[in-house]
Design a protein around this ligand. Structure first.
Ligand code: GCU
Length: 754
């Protein structure tokens, strides 16, 4: 029989490329798996160690009772590239940091203790995805390693880390048909494959079939089969056995679910024939000072939080996640978008395409059985560097590969926001999604709905989803006047209030995924005064704090009665009155202030109470809806703490105030004009830069806007120079007051073009 032994303890580790050890390196650092060497520097900001590090361990060769058995090492995740040596001999090499792989080490073994050494490498390298992206590429053996031994006849272990069997359930009249096959190795006509379908709820066998191992394909009818759904995620275990006479030689069990689904461009997503708009979140897997070296409990906590918010879908971005996590989605009932890290930067080298092919093959072969997965994601924002014929062609090849490996699921991709609404990137995949960030990187949050409607009207046959949207929320910053790019918890919540409604009003959008459920490590970032992190999470990177925006979605999505008072961390407030926002799925919310009834409001998810009186010192606020209560303690102060505002935002607010005194009494209400021969905000930044007088206006304006003067020497110049002033202001100054753009235009139109 098959024997699987995890080897997690008694490793040795070196955080440098010391080369292959000749004997067990006692003096290296003792190590237990899972492990990454970037747990701290990967989320500290600035550089993090990217290169080769070494792991070593000894192991006894497992003994099979009969001759001819094989021994494998199985690695469930090694970032980003790994070379495995047994007793000094290279046994395998794997490219890609997120999928499992196995090496047949039988021929490298000796009788006693065997020396295993693994070189992991997360250095920048062409030919392996991800090339470049907004997250840290943690290096190391960050998932389990298993030692597997099998008899000579066994289910295949060599095919892209897959299980060696395949079971595809499908709904049928009066029950379900389980199409099953197996890939046995080294068998003769005496061998049989048997399939037993178990209902795990009561352990009963509900279906059985036996086939010759040389022709193992079969269909098993299970009468009255229960469906897998979001609210009742019913699973079946299928035990597949390889048998010889009265002996089981090898056995593999897979969990599957019976369900069907479809997407309609006008009606959205259907699960088992029921309209089910998918509303949920994206997940990055890493955690504070653990990086991606996670325990089962960590995965469970994440999945439980995603259920708690009331989501019915999760996009597992931007790479293959741990097996445990897909299993949790199966058992808890979440529809999954799974994807490969074909992201941000297109690498035209043939090896890079090969790497996409192997990562996609591994993703599908290794995760084929999860009923939670309905979508294979091909790429993310791959048009950032522009489009090419080769890029489109490679997409076509990946889509047909996905279809060949798995005709039962749909393919998808995540467009970068500036992807033109028509052109060759559309209808490549079965369904599509955009990452849209109006209200954060550019534009206003109110632009999202109209943009989606316009796309839908123009492309009525495209199934459109929103694969990412979000904004930063940092728990230090608070404001009574939240504005785009102020990083406050309040702006993040306000933005998501708006977005949740936009999507509730548009059930034809097949799926929407918040970016992101959790803050995550991104070494390249330095935003909002926090280095090395992306703070767009609804929950903090340590999973300890649910931001207010979390409760916005809970109010919109969850069926559990809930009431949440927002702004509890905005605890010190100036002024005699304040605004209280309450998120709830109740029809009415009552507010009590210091024991006195204040008001009762009818509402839909968001309940706003204005002019709530605060007495000096501490105030107790209680909100109640459908019998559920929440409470907040707010202190009225003379002056709100300075640290509530990010210094850069304070500088910007000051700058803007001064700007209006600087520009004097221009009529900012007058509609903008664009006279011929004069400069205006419709001109390109690089053209204006050629005229010193006009450029001076722009420099003053950007100084007011951001606290930094615009200059061709700045790092952002390449990004800005080809934009019009209008665009640049929209992108960089989401919170600019009314009249700001008009005032720049009024000054520019005073100046002649050469
Ligand atoms: C992108 C990208 C993410 C990134 C996010 C952001 O669209 O796909 O990987 O983290 O935007 O800027 O926060």
């Amino acid at each position: 029989m098959r024997n699987i032994v995890p080897i997690l303890t008694d490793w040795r580790f070196r955080r440098e490329d010391v080369g292959l050890p000749e004997s067990f390196p006692e003096d290296w650092e003792p190590m237990t798996l899972p492990h990454t060497w970037n747990a701290v520097d990967g989320m500290a900001g600035g550089g993090y160690y990217r290169g080769v590090c070494w792991y070593a361990r000894t192991f006894e060769a497992p003994v099979q009772p009969l001759p001819g058995g094989r021994v494998y090492l199985e690695f469930l995740g090694a970032g980003n590239e790994a070379t495995v040596y047994v007793n000094g001999k290279e046994v395998c090499h794997h490219k890609g940091g997120y999928s499992a792989f196995r090496c047949d080490v039988t021929d490298a073994l000796n009788g006693g203790a065997n020396l295993l050494a693994v070189a992991c490498n997360n250095a920048e390298k062409t030919g392996i995805y991800p090339q470049s992206a907004d997250f840290t590429f943690y290096g190391g053996l960050y998932r389990a390693v298993n030692l597997i031994s099998v008899p000579e006849a066994h289910f295949d272990l060599d095919y892209f880390g897959g299980p060696g069997v395949r079971v595809t359930p499908k709904r049928a009249v009066g029950g379900a048909l389980f199409a099953a096959t197996a890939f046995p190795k080294n068998v003769t006509e005496q061998y049989r494959v048997t399939y037993t379908v178990f209902d795990p709820e009561n352990g009963e066998a509900v279906g059985f079939a036996s086939r010759p191992a040389l022709a193992p394909e079969v269909e098993i009818f299970v009468p009255d089969a229960k469906l897998w759904s979001i609210d009742a995620p019913h699973l079946y275990d299928v035990a597949v056995r390889l048998e010889l006479a009265n002996e089981t030689v090898d056995e593999v069990t897979v969990s599957v679910g019976v369900r069907d689904f479809s997407v309609d461009p006008q009606k959205g997503f259907f699960l088992n024939g029921v309209s089910t708009p998918l509303r949920g979140v994206c997940r990055h897997q890493d955690r504070l000072y653990k990086g991606n070296a996670l325990t089962e409990d960590d995965h469970f906590e994440d999945a439980a939080l995603i259920k708690e918010i009331g989501a019915n879908t999760v996009r597992l971005a931007h790479y293959q996640h741990a097996q445990e996590f897909y299993e949790l989605c199966d058992t808890l009932g979440l529809v999954v978008w799974a994807e490969i890290p074909f992201i941000s930067v297109f690498d035209p080298s043939p090896e890079a395409h090969e790497n996409c092919v192997s990562q996609l093959t591994e993703l599908i072969v290794q995760n084929y059985h999860h009923p939670s997965i309905c979508f294979w994601g091909i790429s993310n924002e791959i048009l950032i560097g522009g489009i090419s014929e080769q890029l489109v062609e490679n997409h076509r090849a990946l889509v047909s590969l996905a279809k060949e490996l798995d005709p039962t699921r749909l393919t998808t991709l995540a467009h970068v926001s500036m992807t033109p609404t028509d052109g060759p990137m559309h209808t490549l995949t079965d369904v599509e999604s955009y990452n849209i960030y109006f209200g954060w990187y550019g534009g206003r949050m109110e632009d999202n709905g109209p943009w989606l409607d316009a796309f839908h009207e123009k492309q009525p046959n495209v199934c459109l989803g929103v694969s990412e949207y979000g904004c930063e929320g940092i728990l230090t910053y608070h404001s009574a006047h939240p504005a785009c790019k102020d990083y406050s918890e309040e702006y993040q919540a306000l933005y998501h209030e708006h977005m949740a409604q936009v999507f509730e009003d548009r059930p034809w959008i097949w799926a929407t995924h918040v970016w992101n459920m959790f803050d995550f490590g991104s070494a390249v970032r330095d935003e909002g005064g926090v280095k090395g992190r992306n703070n767009k999470g609804l929950v903090t990177i340590d999973r300890n704090t649910k931001k207010d925006a979390f409760y916005v979605y809970q109010a919109f999505w969850s069926k559990e009665p809930m009431v949440h008072i927002a702004g509890k961390r905005y605890a010190e407030r100036a002024g005699e009155t304040t605004q209280i926002r309450v998120y709830s799925n109740a029809g009415f919310v009552r507010l009590t202030v210091n024991g006195q009834f204040f008001a009762k409001r009818r509402g839909h998810r968001v309940f706003v109470f204005d002019d709530v009186p605060l007495r000096p010192g501490l105030n107790q606020i209680v909100a109640e809806g459908d019998g559920v209560k929440d409470t907040a303690a707010l202190t009225r102060v003379e002056q709100e703490p300075e640290h509530y505002t990010l210094p850069q935002v304070r500088a910007q607010q000051e700058g803007v105030k001064n700007w209006f005194t600087l520009v004097g009494d221009l009529d900012l209400k007058a509609p903008m004009s664009f006279p011929k021969g004069k400069w205006s905000v419709r001109d390109k930044v690089s053209d204006i830069a050629e005229c010193p007088e006009a450029f001076a206006v722009l420099k003053k304006a950007t100084l007011a806007m951001s606290g930094a003067e615009l200059s061709p020497e700045s790092g952002m110049w390449g990004f800005i120079k080809n934009q019009t002033v209008e665009n640049m202001i929209a992108m960089g100054g989401g919170s600019m007051p009314e009249g700001f753009l008009e005032s720049i235009n009024a000054q520019l139109t005073e100046i002649d073009k050469p």
